[in-house]
Design a protein around this ligand. Structure first.
Ligand code: SAH
Ligand code: SF4
Ligand code: F3S
Length: 447
């Protein structure tokens, strides 16, 4: 490959982007490139980018500015922008940052090796196609971060049209990956020691292949011998079904964790967001899930200060928090994005009002989480060890329902799973002590 020996990739955004960086790394390594220690050290620098909020795009543009001097001091370096900002800005990136050589959208990443062949002879190469075949990637080549936990794309793109969201523009229409393809990757991974898979999609539970739906997919992956945990993100309330609840209840490998973003608690705002469901539908989904799977952990996303959001609408969102009692919540100030219809609303909410609402929402959620986490006190959970703890304990890991646990254990312990009894609870995590269970007993949350 004519771009030298060493590559460096910086990644922003969602799990899908993290995984796509693994895929691009695999493609580059198949061409003989090796990972560099950093941007200075690299012949090829790629930014895999996120455009979901203005700030995310802004970070990429700032980083590109920083890379200009690196390119000036070493014109041999090749610089590429991949992912959602590549799609959002397209050729404008070349005008704004002429030191960029390559712009490749999130559905065209398989083109990267081909474009790199031409990059020394042709300036400013670009591929922004939404290739349908992007779901048919070769899984043998992926350069995974973690050998025990693997991301797996099951559906790409988004065919919804939420009025605030740039993702349908950046990622194109939804395409499900064929069932046989997914299953052969799962088997391949498990044979090589993977214990946990995380199924990815913008609307992962919209997955379909012929007569099979997402509930069938969960059950069939759950039947692969040797796989211990199955997670999935992100679910959409419109595609959440009793069949998925039953698959979560029946299939012991499917983790009792659900990320189901409501976005707002006000029906008026939900309508203007074009989410397609009501607050009542949302609460009914999580109510039915909690009934079938009582120890489920639940998280969500909320946007505050959407155009036209009144104090009354915001109170309805605070009230949704009381009903939903999320175990964790991601909350954002509404950010106007190009290629979305919400920018046409004339009743934008002032920044100071958005900030005040965000602070109130986050404070209320902290209180809810602190109380919600107390239910774990004294429980014994099976924890998958993830690594050293940043919190003064030796190790940390996650329960099957996604709770972060810090605990003491010999650092060199080779065990992938340990049993930990929770002795203290906090807002974002809990801590505890390792316990040996007598034979025949199982932890409260078994896998
Ligand atoms: N497909 C997922 C979400 C993908 S984007 C779903 O439909 O739930 C991840 C999160 O970013 C969204 O859930 C939303 O809360 C937030 N987000 C998306 N566009 C945004 C915008 N313009 N301003 C602020 N937050 C936004
Ligand atoms: Fe964006 Fe809505 Fe699609 Fe989610 S469902 S990616 S919020 S358009
Ligand atoms: Fe960001 Fe694109 Fe993911 S906009 S959140 S990287 S789909």
């Amino acid at each position: 490959m004519p771009v030298g020996q060493r590559y460096h990739i910086e990644t922003w955004g969602c799990q899908m982007n993290a995984h796509e960086t693994e895929r691009v790394s695999g493609l580059l390594e198949a061409q003989g490139l090796r990972r560099a220690d950093g941007a200075r050290d690299a012949d090829l620098i790629l930014l895999n980018t996120c455009a979901v909020r203005e700030g995310a795009t802004g970070k990429v543009l700032t980083r590109l500015g920083e890379l200009r001097s690196l390119k000036e001091s070493d014109p041999h370096k090749v610089i590429g922008v991949l992912g959602c900002v590549a799609q959002e800005r397209g050729a404008e990136l070349f005008r704004r940052a002429p030191h960029v050589d390559l712009v490749v959208g999130p559905r065209a990443l398989a083109s990267v090796p081909r474009l790199l062949e031409q990059v020394r002879t042709t300036r400013h190469l670009m591929d922004l196609e939404h290739y349908t075949e992007s779901v048919l990637y070769g899984h043998e080549q992926i350069r995974r971060q973690d050998s025990r936990k693997a991301y797996l794309t099951v559906i790409e793109g988004c065919s919804k049209a939420c009025s605030y969201c740039i993702v349908p523009f950046t990622r194109g229409r939804e395409v499900s990956r064929p069932f046989a393809n997914i299953l052969s990757e799962v088997r391949y991974l498990v044979e090589r020691g993977t214990l946990e898979v995380e199924l990815l999609g913008q609307n992962v539970n919209a997955w379909r292949d012929g007569g099979r739906d997402f509930a069938d997919l969960l059950r069939e992956i759950g039947a692969v011998a040797g796989l211990r945990r199955i997670r999935f993100v992100t679910s959409h309330p419109l595609h959440f079904s009793q069949r998925i609840i039953e698959a979560m209840r029946d299939c012991k490998q499917v983790c009792n964790y659900l990320h189901l973003p409501p976005q707002s608690g006000s029906d008026r705002v939900l309508r203007r967001m074009k989410r397609g469901y009501t607050r009542r539908h949302y609460l009914a989904c999580i109510g039915a899930l909690r009934q079938a799977v009582p120890d489920v952990r639940l998280s969500g996303d909320i946007i505050v200060g959407f155009p036209g959001e009144t104090d009354e609408d915001f109170e309805a969102t605070l009230d949704l928090l009381e009903g939903a009692r999320f175990d964790s919540l991601f909350s954002f100030r509404y950010s106007p994005r190009p290629h979305t219809t919400a920018t046409e609303f004339t009743d934008q909410v002032p920044r100071a009002v958005q900030d005040g609402r965000l602070a109130r929402l986050q404070e209320r959620q902290r209180q809810i989480q602190e109380v919600a986490n107390r239910r774990h006190l004294g429980q014994i959970y099976e924890v998958r060890v993830e690594g050293p703890s940043p919190k003064g304990h030796t190790l940390c890991g996650r329960t099957a329902h996604g709770l972060m646990v810090h605990f003491e254990a010999p650092r060199e312990s080779p065990d992938s799973f340990v049993n930990v009894q929770v002795t203290r609870t906090g807002i974002h995590s809990v801590s505890g002590e390792r316990v040996e269970l007598s034979p025949g007993t199982s932890p409260i949350t078994a896998l």
